[in-house]
Each structure stands twice: as C-alpha cells, then as structure tokens.
Design a protein around this ligand. Structure first.
Ligand SMILES: *Cc1c(COP(=O)(O)O)cnc(C)c1O
Ligand SMILES: [Zn+2]
Length: 418
C-alpha cells in the first residue's frame, strides 16, 4: 500500500490526484511534487522491506507513488553495491569513501530507477505513448522499459549523443530523432509548445515521478550503513533530478526517525557548463542558462539551461548545508582512471564526483575525517572513446603465439629476481 497522497504544485500549491496523467500544473505550469503521509507507513515496513531482497528497488514501493494494484515494469533495477574504497580514500585524503555503483543497472545508468517507476506509472494511467529528450542514457533507459511494457516512445536525442548510446536506444526499439539546438532551453521551449498534441512526457521534473525513484538510492545507502547517513554525498548534476531525489529520500528517512542525520549534498558539474555551480557561488535561488554543452566530455551532465531555473536542486543543496563545484575534463579523466583502479568503469559524468573530491578537501568543503559517498551514475562502456582517452595512447605491444616471446614479455612485467 503506497502512502503517497497527491501531487502539489511547487508554485501555486494546488493539489492534483495521482490517478491522472499529469505532468505540470494545469493552472500555472509549475512543477508537481508527490506528497506522502509518512505516519501511515506500517510499523514493520522497514523489516519487511529488508526481507524483500529480490524485488530490489521495488522493496520500497510503499514510499513510491505507483497506485496499489498497478503492475511494476521492472528489469531488476536497484540494490546496487555500496563499495568501500579504502585505497582510493587514502590516495585522495578522504576519511572514508564509498562508491554507490549504479553503473551496473540494467541499461548501465542510474536512470533505470526513474524509468522503472515512470513507465510503470504511465502504464497504470493508460498512457500508450511517451516522449523524452536525452543526451543518451535517459533515452536508452526509457527505450528499454518501454520495450518491456510494450508502449511506443519517441526519443529526441541531443545531437551530442554518442553512437553507442544512439545504437542502444534504437536496439531497444524506440523511435529516434536527433535534435540540433543552440541550447537545451530552446528544446524545452519547443516541447512546451507541443500543446495538446504532446504525448506523456518523460522529461525529468516535467514528469512528476521520475525523480521520486531516486529516493531509493538514499534508502539503499543508509540501509547498507546500518541505518546511518553518510556525512556527505557527492552527486553529478544535469537536470538535478538525481541529487534532488536522493535528498528527498534522505530527508524522509530522517523524518521517519530511521536515521539521525542527513548528508550535505555536493553537486558537481563540468567547468565548461556549470549553471548550478555559478548560482550556488552567487547565493542565488535561481540559475539562468550558462555554458556550452559541447565544451566537455561529461555529456550526461552538460545541461546549460536548468529546468525552471534549477530551483529544486538549488534548494536541496542549500537545505542540506552543501555546495556545488565545477571540475575540468582533465580532472574527470584522472578520476575515471582512479575509479577503474577500484574495479569500476565510470563514464565521465559518473566520475565527476570523484574528480571533485580533491578540490572539496583543499577548499575545506569536505573535512579529512568525514565519510563520503560518491555515486557512479553510469558505465564507462557507453562512452568508449572517452574511456580509451584515460589510458596511454600507444597500443599494447603485439606478440606472436610463441612461448619464448610470451616468457620475455612476462619477464618485462615481473623481472626475475637474481
Ligand atoms: C542523467 C545523468 C546524470 C545527471 O542526472 P540528472 O538527474 O539529470 O541531474 C549524471 N550521470 C549520468 C551518467 C547520467 O546519465
Ligand atoms: Zn500551479
């Protein structure tokens, strides 16, 4: 039984029923937020959720807005590992460091949490068609869940979307168009003007439930830590749906009394395209368009035009006592190599949180004794060109299939002690 009550508009506070395919507020165009009655959660819910392992993310269904009785569209998302990384922590000077590895989700990115919920919701509401705009990972995730649910979707892929992500979207069977634009704001404006012809929107925040599923990140992390919150969570920020959803999850756990603290949320963006970082530095509650999405290898977080001024993500960062930092592509490449040294391949946007740690420590934004969780939001396998750019340009030496040559090669790696 879900304890979700209704949608409420961010701007005019009008309530809307959860049983309608709403996207934004019909009265004022504001973003809709799901409200819950946390007091209605059964007393033994936590224990039952802990026992429900195989259902992964859907263990937390009572804290998600899917109506009772509706079918879960699932590919086995959630319950990703929280990896303790003592060696990497030592290299970076962090007290204790964990990587929450969402790169091993069904389509290789954390987007699957959101789309499992949003596609389930769409099916429950009778929507047979949907639309999203994506730099790649969201499109691939929507395409996969739409295939699973047998609904028809169009993915508007940003012209920067790389060939691997584009192929994945097409392989899952979505309709795809590539969109050229001078800014993401231009695309969002065009989408707003589709009017009554518009199919159900899966664009983050315009779709009112995608970010709700990101709360499950927070639940899983605190559960793995023995119902404790870390001191700091460092999260890459594109639209901010991931950071905002995680913050909402941490806040709920605190409100439920399951944890005694909430983490400071630190948002990370590429220095070539960092509107949220600039707004945080200015103490602003509204972020205007800034930067150039083509100026960085971190394609998944290169959103130059925050939706509705990024107010939600800015509020989450401020309330948590956190901040936002920008990282260069060189810092991101170094971080990709460091994370690979722990056995994890991260795409550039996913390595950005680790790239930010050095600067956060140097600037006192993280103290050396603190416990930090960095989220690995997407797999490095989906950006093979950038992955290859983190290793030496010279290709490996070629050998003949000859014992003497192989022995000589081994001796060059491990010289024989004399
Ligand atoms: C989408 C994405 C992000 C950014 O998520 P938002 O919710 O848009 O802020 C970060 N990393 C990866 C790998 C992504 O696919
Ligand atoms: Zn409104």
């Amino acid at each position: 039984m879900t304890v979700a009550l209704e949608y409420v508009c961010d701007d005019c506070a009008r309530p809307f029923g959860l049983d309608r395919p709403e996207t934004t507020c019909k009265a004022c165009g504001g973003l809709l937020e799901v409200r819950y009655d946390l007091d209605a959660l059964p007393r033994d819910f936590r224990e039952r959720a802990a026992a429900g392992r195989p259902m992964a993310m859907w263990r937390w269904r009572a804290l998600l807005p899917l109506p009772d009785g509706a079918v879960q569209v699932s590919l086995g998302e959630g319950d990703t590992p929280l990896l303790r990384c003592d060696r990497l922590a030592g290299q970076l000077g962090v007290g204790k460091l964990w990587l929450k590895n969402d790169a091993q989700m069904p389509t290789g990115s954390f987007k699957d949490r959101g789309f499992s919920l949003a596609v389930s919701m769409a099916v429950a509401l009778g929507a047979r068609r949907g639309l999203t705009y994506s730099s790649g990972n969201a499109g691939a995730s929507l395409a996969a869940y739409a295939a699973r649910a047998n609904i028809d979707v169009v993915v508007l892929a940003d012209y920067l979307c790389n060939p691997v992500k584009l192929a994945a979207i097409r392989a899952y069977g979505a309709h795809v168009f590539r969109v050229r634009s001078r800014s993401t704001a231009e695309v969002f404006k065009a989408l707003e003007h589709l009017g009554s012809e518009a199919p159900y929107s899966f664009v983050n925040f315009l779709n009112p439930v995608r970010h709700e599923a990101m709360k499950t990140y927070a639940y899983e992390i605190c559960e793995a830590l023995g119902w404790r919150a870390p001191d700091v969570m460092v999260h890459p920020v594109g639209t901010g749906g991931g950071l905002y959803g995680a913050w909402k999850g941490f806040s709920e756990l605190y409100e439920l009394g399951w944890t005694e603290t909430v983490p400071r949320m630190i948002g990370v963006q590429p220095s070539g395209c960092a509107p949220i970082v600039m707004a945080v530095a200015d103490g602003a509650s509204f972020a205007g368009p800034a930067g150039d999405p083509s100026a960085t290898i971190a394609q998944s977080i290169a959103g130059g035009s925050p939706i509705k001024g990024g107010r939600r993500v800015l509020a989450a960062i401020r309330r948590s006592g956190g901040t936002a930092v920008a990282v260069s592509d060189d810092e991101i490449r170094r971080a990709m190599a460091l994370v690979a040294g722990e056995g994890v391949l991260a795409e550039p946007s996913a390595a950005a949180p680790v790239a930010a740690l050095g600067r956060c420590l140097a600037e006192g934004k993280i103290r050396p004794n603190e416990e930090v969780v960095c989220v690995i939001t997407g797999s490095g396998l989906k950006q093979p060109t950038e992955l290859a750019s983190t290793v030496p340009a010279a290709p490996p030496l070629e050998l003949n299939a000859d014992a003497a040559e192989i022995a000589q090669a081994l001796a060059s790696v491990w010289p024989v002690a004399t």
